[in-house]
Design a protein. Structure first.
Lengths: 359, 296, 267
């Protein structure tokens, strides 16, 4: 059983970080609970790999503490943590067979032969590698190689967390889905803590119990896929997650009412008036933005996209662009129309952060 | 690349190279072959001599045969010694090189420097360096009570030439291996750390397999260069003391240009060339085999 | 701890490389009396005497110019003719391609000692003996195959789709080759030129055999320091030091590609 605790962990690759921008990872405290699958989601260079490498011990953080249960492992070397890691590109030992690859971490730890054989067979069975055990690892396809590198992590009985660094990057699209469901099956079977780094929101949302969204070295929100979708804590989360992303419009908010370019509409809660100099935005997902013939904020329809199951319209409200859902059976007069925001799903952001209203 | 298009017009692109290299190799080679099967009474008067020169050369009971056998043995011994020292040393040094950082540029320049010094200057440098009166190495060894004099003792002469070659050419192995090592992604080292692999296991299971190809090139180039070595020993020892460091090429040049014994020299050239080519061919086949296995 | 071991190992190797060079360099600044009178690790009297001598003697200057000329000629010739051939070997199959390639490489393995005598005859017969052309052409024997080999490795790294795209865009082959392809393998050309420079600059046997007085290379002029009156050690050392400078300059320019170049662009 392992719980991983980050206590004010931050990292800068430069020797002496002078201001916030020098940090590849800004100070972060979080507890990763046993048995859950987490995804670290964010664009390239957002610090997610740095965070992963801190947990696996490949990078020693410049400040803060890392605890496995109650043990401080901040400076403990990688091989002495009970961590397995699967990398972006399959890392396998070319000259060995699949079986030898799987046995390698156990052999290095001086475990006796019979026990190694049993464990290798067990893991191979779980990953559907039994037929390939005697084959040379060099000639395998990328997805099998990736399974072998995963197997090398799982083979250790004491392993308590498995880290994945964009493991599906080099896998054929058709096999991605299959490998991902294999990962989920392994997760259920072994009851492990899994942390999965990716920049693909579909991968993150389908794989994880909880998703950690990062940008620019900072954790913006940690939540279940539904939470991220329904209540993005940050404008970045709003438009990074969901396709298309959240509509974000500069607005003035006073009490239970918002105003965009002189058009007023109601909100579900009451908000304090923002201080001067603060940037106030309204955020509504396209799913909760409905296009009507009339009766709402006046917009110009630019283009309607038929996505099969639903229709989306790209419209402009004054100078602002947004995306709205076209309810089935709506007939539109060309050009002018109106949009309606669902008040319960309309959020207010001050300086990019979500503000809670009072009912 | 199995799917290269067949195009015999590509020959036109190769023609200039062919012209130049034919002029530089085939025409002179014909002269050599010519001499090898003829003898002369002087004054450009040649007559057919059959394979007599070769019979002399390859029969150790004759004078020239004995000389040739001795020179060939010495050359092969030298090449083997060079490989035995330079390949492991080169790998070791390459492993010590930092993978990242600012020091690499200047470091590479220093390491490559010996290879860009004209060979007779390398010889001169070591001739001076090994002298017991004005050279640091010779004086230091003698100061330590080790009798060292490369004009008197064969052991001294051999060790000087070996040290010189190690100094001169290990860098080639280092650079080749360094290029090979740099091509290994960091993730391999990280995975090995997570797997708890020790340094030696990392070397055997990750580094050595990735170095396979560059090592074949390194062994090939080092064997060939050392098998052909001429200038450096010529400057340092002149083949001496006695015949101790008289390698094939030294002997050949002495026979051809010194004694103008053209028939003998030509026969030596051909045998010498044949040995070089055979080794070259074996390596070339091995290399293409590796390529094929990698792609297949 | 492991890091320290590596640093020490590397440090020792670099020290061993630099020591003979250091000895030569300080010797070139000593007077001959000081050189022969015992070991000193730093010149007691720092003199530029020997360099002064070389710079003011027309024979030395001419030798230097000769060396630079034939090395440059050889480098230009080798790379220019090797480029199309390397392209052909990498991109096409043609009658006897493998055999020709092997035969080319075999010239790389041919001992110069074998060629010294026939070259002398050949260049004497065609009237090129004792000219820079003799040496420049003779060095093509090993530099052309080497350049083909290196360039082939670099060309292998350029995807064939680029050739096809250019063809579809209506480029003629020569225009494509000069305008698109050559800029793409700029690094490879640099590395090949570096190696041609290197092997032509360091070669001594052919360079001295094929020249007498008119085109005497710098390294051959060095034999002037051996005289009946004994060795002129200081002058020899100074000349040796001067021969290292062009090489050092050239490496500095290619230092970032040198490792890849040694692996023939294929690692």
């Amino acid at each position: 059983m392992t719980r991983i605790t980050l206590d004010g962990v931050a990292h800068s690759y430069g020797a002496r970080p002078r201001d916030e921008r020098d940090y590849a990872l800004k100070p972060l405290s979080h507890v990763w609970r046993h048995g859950l699958a987490y995804a670290l989601l964010g664009p390239s260079g957002c610090g997610k790999t740095t965070l992963l490498n801190i947990i696996s011990g490949l990078v020693v953080p410049s400040q803060g503490r890392l605890l496995f249960d109650d043990r401080d492992v901040t400076r403990l070397s990688t091989e002495r943590r009970n961590i397995a890691q699967v990398f972006q590109f399959p890392v396998i030992y070319d000259t060995m067979t699949v079986a030898e690859n799987l046995a390698f971490p156990l052999k290095n730890r001086g475990i006796d032969k019979a026990a190694i054989g049993r464990r290798v067979a067990e893991i191979a069975e779980m990953l559907d590698l039994t037929r390939d055990l005697a084959r040379r690892a060099r000639g395998l396809s990328a997805d099998v190689k990736q399974k072998v590198s995963l197997g090398r992590g799982l083979v250790r009985a004491d392993v308590s967390a498995v880290l994945f660094d964009e493991p599906l990057t080099v896998i054929d699209p058709g096999l991605k889905w299959e490998l991902r469901s294999k990962l989920k099956a392994v997760h259920r079977a072994l009851d492990l803590l899994m942390i999965y780094v990716t920049h693909d929101q579909v991968e993150a949302l389908t794989f994880a119990d909880e998703v950690v969204v990062m940008n620019d070295g900072q954790v913006l929100q940690i939540g279940t896929p539904a939470e991220l979708f329904e209540r993005p804590a940050h404008t970045f989360v709003g438009y990074f997650i969901g396709s298309p992303g959240m509509n974000l419009l500069p607005a003035r908010v006073a009490g239970r009412e918002a105003e965009i370019d002189g058009h007023r509409f109601p909100l579900a809660a009451s908000y304090p008036t923002a201080a001067p100099g603060q940037r106030v935005q309204i955020g509504v997902r396209p799913d909760h933005t409905t296009l009507r013939a009339s009766g709402g904020l006046p917009v110009q329809v630019r283009r309607v996209e038929d996505l099969g199951r639903r229709q989306l319209a790209r419209v402009t409200l004054g100078a602002h662009e947004l995306v709205a859902t076209v309810p089935p059976g709506t007939t539109l007069a060309a050009g002018a129309a109106a949009v309606h925001f669902d008040p319960a799903r309309t959020h207010v952001y001050v300086d990019d952060r979500l503000v809670e209203g009072t009912p | 690349m199995p799917d290269k298009p067949l195009n015999n017009k590509a020959w036109f692109l190769v023609l200039p190279v062919l012209g130049f290299v034919l002029f530089s190799s085939l025409v002179p080679m014909m002269t050599v072959v010519n001499y090898a099967f003829q003898d002369t009474m002087g004054q450009n008067h040649f007559f057919w001599n059959g394979i007599a020169w070769f019979r002399h050369l390859l029969d150790p009971s004759t004078d020239s045969g004995q000389r040739f056998a001795g020179a060939l043995t010495r050359t092969l011994l030298f090449s083997l010694a060079v490989l035995a020292i330079e390949i492991p040393l080169g790998i070791a040094v390459a492993l010590c090189m930092p993978r990242h950082g600012r020091a690499i540029g200047p470091l590479l320049v220093v390491i490559a420097l010996p290879m860009l010094i004209p060979w007779n200057v390398v010889g001169t440098m070591w001739q001076i360096f090994a002298r017991q009166d004005i050279g640091l190495l010779g004086a230091a060894l003698n100061g330590l009570g080790i009798p060292f004099n490369d004009t008197q003792y064969p052991v001294s002469a051999w060790s000087t030439i070996l040290m010189m070659d190690v100094w001169h050419w290990t860098s080639m192995v280092v650079l080749l291996c360094y290029a090979g090592l740099r091509a290994i992604p960091d993730a391999f080292y990280q995975a090995a750390r997570i797997d708890g692999a020790r340094r030696w296991a990392v070397f055997i299971n990750i580094e050595l397999p990735k170095l396979h190809r560059v090592l074949v090139i390194a062994v090939l180039l080092r064997f060939m260069e050392s098998f052909m070595i001429y200038t450096e020993p010529f400057v340092v020892t002149g083949g001496g003391p006695g015949e101790a460091t008289s390698f094939l090429s030294l002997d050949l040049v002495k026979t051809a240009l010194g004694q103008l014994d053209l028939g003998n020299a030509a026969a030596m050239s051909l045998v010498y060339l044949l040995i070089s080519l055979t080794v070259c061919w074996v390596f070339f086949t091995a290399m293409t085999q590796i390529d094929r296995r990698r792609e297949g | 701890m492991r890091h320290a071991g590596r640093r020490i190992g590397l440090g020792l190797y670099v020290l061993a490389l630099l020591l003979p060079i250091y000895w030569l360099v300080i010797m070139s600044f000593k007077t001959n009396t000081e050189i022969t009178s015992g070991l000193t690790f730093w010149p007691r009297h720092f003199v530029f005497l020997h360099y002064h001598h070389i710079f003011n003697d027309p024979v030395w200057r001419h030798g230097f110019l000769t060396s630079v000329t034939y090395v440059a000629l050889n480098t230009v010739i080798s790379v220019t003719i090797a480029l199309p051939a390397a392209y052909a070997f990498n991109r096409y199959r043609f009658l006897g391609d493998k055999h020709v390639f092997f035969w080319l490489l075999s010239n790389l393995m041919a001992p110069p000692a074998v060629y010294a005598m026939p070259f002398f005859n050949l260049y004497y017969a065609v009237g090129l003996f004792d000219t820079v052309w003799a040496v420049a052409l003779a060095h093509c024997l090993f530099n052309v195959p080497l350049a083909v080999w290196i360039l082939e490795g670099f060309i292998a790294g350029v995807p064939r789709e680029i050739d096809e795209t250019a063809e579809i865009d209506g480029y003629s082959f020569p225009r494509f080759f000069v305008r698109i392809f050559i800029p793409l393998i700029g690094n490879g050309i640099g590395v090949a030129a570096f190696f041609c420079f290197m092997f032509s600059w360091v070669e001594q046997l052919l360079a001295t055999t094929l020249t007498a007085t008119n085109a005497q290379p710098f390294i051959a002029v060095m034999s002037r320091t051996y005289s009946a009156a004994g060795m002129d050690w200081g002058l020899l050392a100074a000349a040796g030091v001067l021969t290292m400078i062009p090489g050092a300059l050239v490496i500095w320019f290619v230092r970032n590609h040198i490792a890849k170049g040694f692996a023939l662009g294929r690692v």
